[in-house]
Design a protein around this ligand. Sequence first.
Ligand code: APR
Length: 320
Amino acid sequence: MQPCLLTLRLVSRFIRCSRWCAVRRDDQYSRRWSSSGSDKQLSQGIESVASYIKQQASNILVMVGAGMSTPSGIPDFRSPGTGLYDNLQKYDLPYPEAIFDIHYFMMDPRPFFTLAQDLYPGVNYKPNIAHHFLRLLHEEGKLQMVYTQNIDGLERLAGIPEEKLVEAHGSFATASCTLCGRRHDAGRVKKAVVEGDVPVMCEAAKCKGKVKPDIVFFGENLPSVFWDYHLQVPFTDLLLVMGTSLEVYPFAKIADEVGRKTPRVLINLSAVGSFGSRDNDTVLGGDLVQTVEELTKALGWEEKLRALEKNYSLQSGNEE
Ligand code: APR
């Protein structure tokens, strides 16, 4: 056999082997970190996370994604079948993310505004136990910051204070012209969108821009406050990641920026991102609500959490 053919054979066998080794390594990680291990591993996971939160953590940085709001009835983006990106056929988009693409919006804002009608905060959805749990971390003086990718505003509605919340992908709380940047009354924009009276055109005399809520579209910059995470992570003593695929950058980058000595905990259906690559990673796999309930119980905070939930429903009930 000519040497070059032999080399090719050897190289391809090496690649197959390394891919196989990579799978095995993942397999080791998934065996080691996921909840698919024995119950003891899961309860041990939750017990050790709870005692760390109680005894050692006082600067918990939380990263939140759409999986946090699925229990509130809002679909996430990428869950097969139920995720938003699997259910946009009626908009006839060139690709799913176009609904949040600024160039596509300039060309045809209708898909986004149709979706926004349903998503506007405080119209159809309310916070769930996981949002109230984050509020409780704040009440207990343990919350450093919540970085959320969600635009549903449920963290605000749950009472997480402004100074502890970074809405990295924007929110519906304000609205601006996409051409001149002029701020517009968010209430007026909300009314127009909910009533389908869109697009809202810029009030500035010569501007022909369309107004949209200050949601960060693909192709737009994240709010400058997002980058403050660089100043925070050196002081973070626990990273808690909840309900996200960690697929979208630069947001997902935070998870790898916390110090190597900072424990990282993922509460998600399955392991994502680089979770499992560090010895002090913990993946609490499975349904987020169930995990938060078990974690609250292990912390002995059930009463406090129930009081927050009751307080929220009394307040929101009064407002309705
Ligand atoms: N319990 C636990 N995990 C859940 C649950 C649940 N009830 N529901 C969903 N998840 C998990 C999914 O398995 C998935 O890993 O939450 C994650 C949600 O991932 P995505 O749908 O990708 O949402 P997200 O990570 O927030 O997307 C990031 O993508 O399109 C952009 O701007 C959009 O902010 C969004 C960004």
